[in-house]
Design a protein around this ligand. Structure first.
Ligand code: ZN
Length: 160
């Protein structure tokens, strides 16, 4: 079965940045599952997956626009330190949690003061071109329940 809309794809991946540093990997753990065509993964990777089948091994380099977006300088802002959740001493470069009205989001500290901090609310991988090393483990038809939920169930997928 080839990867197409309404299939569930089970895959292993590792993720490298432009410097070749490994940022994430599913290898050594359970593979990940997603529902194809439902915006479960970044657009550039979904495009690269289309038409592949179980056993395929390939690399895909995805430009920032098709990954986590370009870095938006307007998303750097100053906030009171009391709105941030972190352990230890606040330092530039730390990824901390920001309390917002929509819940907590990860942000990167660019400048740390005693009472206020400059934070960057862009996704930590925004502005980066990313390379995925992919191994397709399984491709199967999605169940009606998965289609109505918009995500994959079972091992590597969503658990309720
Ligand atoms: Zn579900």
């Amino acid at each position: 079965m080839n990867i197409a809309p309404e299939t569930v794809v089970v895959f292993h991946y590792s993720l490298r940045n432009e410097e070749g540093e490994e940022l994430e990997s599913s290898r050594g753990a359970d593979p990940t599952a997603y529902l194809h065509g439902a915006n479960n993964i970044i657009p550039g990777l979904e495009t690269a997956m289309t038409g592949k089948s179980a056993g395929d091994i390939f690399s895909a380099t995805v430009a920032a626009e098709q990954a986590y977006g370009l870095h938006n300088p307007e998303k750097v802002q100053r906030v009171p330190v009391k709105h941030l959740l972190f352990k230890g001493k606040l330092r530039p470069g730390m990824v901390v949690q920001l309390n917002t009205s929509d819940g907590r989001i990860p942000v990167t500290v660019t400048k740390a003061g005693r009472h206020s901090a400059d934070i960057d609310t862009n996704h930590p991988l925004a502005g980066q071109s990313l390379t995925f090393d992919i191994e397709i483990v399984d491709v199967r038809a999605a169940t009606a329940e998965e289609l109505s939920h918009g995500h994959a169930h079972g091992p590597g997928g969503h658990h309720h």
